[in-house]
Design a protein around this ligand. Structure first.
Ligand code: CMC
Length: 429
């Protein structure tokens, strides 16, 4: 029996007591699982605006206060002090690794960084115009064909987790090399996770690539900041697909496809395209903001607003600082950074955005940083996917290991025709 209950009175006078579940950060939820059996009612919550789909011990967000923590540790501390590999371990295993655990984990990631040579043929089959997200999702899904023991739900999951975490990085870099017609560059074991990715992206057989330590740091930070965000669209997709018993490659491939949409991970690409539009059409930020407010062309200010954050996204704060540091260090200037700053300032003073609590989100500055380190625009969402991988894996693992997991199967309120007869084709008007 729960300590607290909520009482719901229906219009026919019936009353039900529903248990109240309280989280470790004192979040309260009404457990409505018995509602349908007790009353015949279901709940309706389009877009899952206020539905807790699961209990989870991975990530805590307080959107009103702008707080994000992985396994209890503030995102700002992880971005400053951790690496992507260490943060991935934390998310997946629940604790920061000891020095030995971190060395072993890193070694495993290095050991599994190659992709099966036969998979290289797939790249040749895609048209050169393919979006790399389409290629990435197809390749990740194909991994289940190369490691078929993943189909055994009782087989150990550790090896698959390491494989997917390591190989997605290689697959992503190879997809880029193929898209520009360059030979693929194999991973180098001596490099760290992020440095190795940069090597596979930018080295050519005739010339090695020596990663700049600040660029490696920026990449680590970007991936850490994207690593998890509790029950977002793609993570919910991973959990939903995984709840049917589908293997981890299938579940993650589905997550990649969900991430692709412009309202989710595709926003970082759209932000840069939007900034380019503003810049090439004369840089009139005020007019752009005013068009958005008038809902002209149904456009949104990309990189602004969030379902959960009703305050400045803490990830955007870290990235804004990193953008300044990196541009200084590389000695480059990008007019898009100036447009972004001007746009942010204009929006944060404007009643439309203030009233709706629309602040910059993680995607507002991430695209500009990716651009500065040479990542081409169509690869931005791939970078988001690479970052989000540990989160997807951690949620998939949490769900698989939870004995109370049930296949995800929402209800609906039917709003179609009532029963009617089939009409012969000659009698239809
Ligand atoms: N620009 C202009 N107006 C906006 C924006 C925006 N970026 N975002 C929300 N609004 C308005 C919206 O038009 C609506 O106004 P009204 O009340 O007049 O109809 C109001 O704010 C509420 O919007 P909503 O669509 O009900 O809010 P939501 O919580 O369903 O949407 C969102 C969240 C992220 C989809 C939305 O803010 C958006 O489309 N932002 C731009 C896309 C973007 O940057 N996405 C990346 C999100 S962060 C990365 C991730 O976690 O995936």
């Amino acid at each position: 029996m729960a300590d607290k209950t909520a009482k719901l009175t229906l219009d026919d006078g019936r009353t039900v007591n529903l248990p109240v579940v309280v989280g470790t950060e004192n979040e309260h939820a009404i457990d409505i699982r018995s509602l349908r059996a007790d009353t015949g009612y279901v709940t309706l919550d389009t877009g899952f605006m206020n539905t807790g789909a699961t209990k989870s011990a991975i990530t805590y967000i307080d959107g009103e206060a702008g707080i994000l923590r992985y396994r209890g540790i503030p995102i700002e501390e992880l971005a400053e002090k951790s690496t992507f590999v260490e943060t991935a371990y934390l998310l997946i295993h629940g604790q920061l690794p000891t020095a030995t655990q971190l060395t072993d984990f890193s070694k495993q990631l290095t050991y599994h960084s190659m992709v099966h040579e036969d998979m290289h043929h797939f790249y040749a089959g895609f048209p050169s115009s393919s979006h790399p997200m389409a290629v990435l999702a197809a390749m990740v899904s194909s991994m289940s064909a190369y490691y078929p023991d993943c189909l055994d739900r009782n087989a150990p999951m550790e090896l698959h987790i390491t494989r997917i975490l390591s190989k997605v990085r290689t697959i992503a870099a190879f997809a880029y090399k193929k898209s520009i017609g360059q030979p693929i560059m194999y991973p180098r074991n001596a490099l760290t996770y992020c440095a190795n990715f940069l090597h596979m992206m930018y080295a050519v057989p005739a010339e090695p690539y020596e990663p700049d330590p600040l660029v490696v740091k920026a990449l680590n930070q970007l991936l850490i900041l994207h690593a998890d965000h509790e029950q977002n669209c793609s993570t919910s997709t991973v959990r939903l697909v995984g709840s049917s018993g589908a293997n981890v490659y299938a579940a993650v491939a589905a997550g990649i496809l969900a991430l692709w949409g412009p309202l989710h991970g595709g926003a970082n690409q759209e932000v840069v395209e939007m900034l380019e539009d503003i810049s090439t059409s004369g840089g009139d930020v005020k007019k752009f903001v005013s068009d958005i407010k008038d809902k002209k062309g149904n456009r949104r200010l990309m990189g602004f607003g969030h379902r959960v954050y009703k305050n400045y996204d803490p990830r955007a704060k870290v990235l804004k600082k990193m953008a300044d540091q990196l541009f200084d260090h590389l000695g480059v200037s990008d007019p898009l950074l100036d447009v972004a700053r001007e746009l942010e300032e204009a929006a944060l003073k404007d009643e439309y955005f203030v009233g709706r609590k629309l602040y910059p989100n993680v995607d507002f500055y991430s695209g500009i940083i990716y651009k500065a380190i040479g990542i081409p625009t169509p690869m931005f969402t791939v970078m988001f996917a690479l970052g989000r991988l540990p989160g997807w894996i951690a949620h998939w693992k949490e769900m698989v290991e939870d004995p109370s997991t049930k296949i995800g199967r929402p209800r609906q309120i039917y709003s179609g025709e009532n029963q009617r007869p089939y009409v012969d084709i000659n009698d239809r008007t």
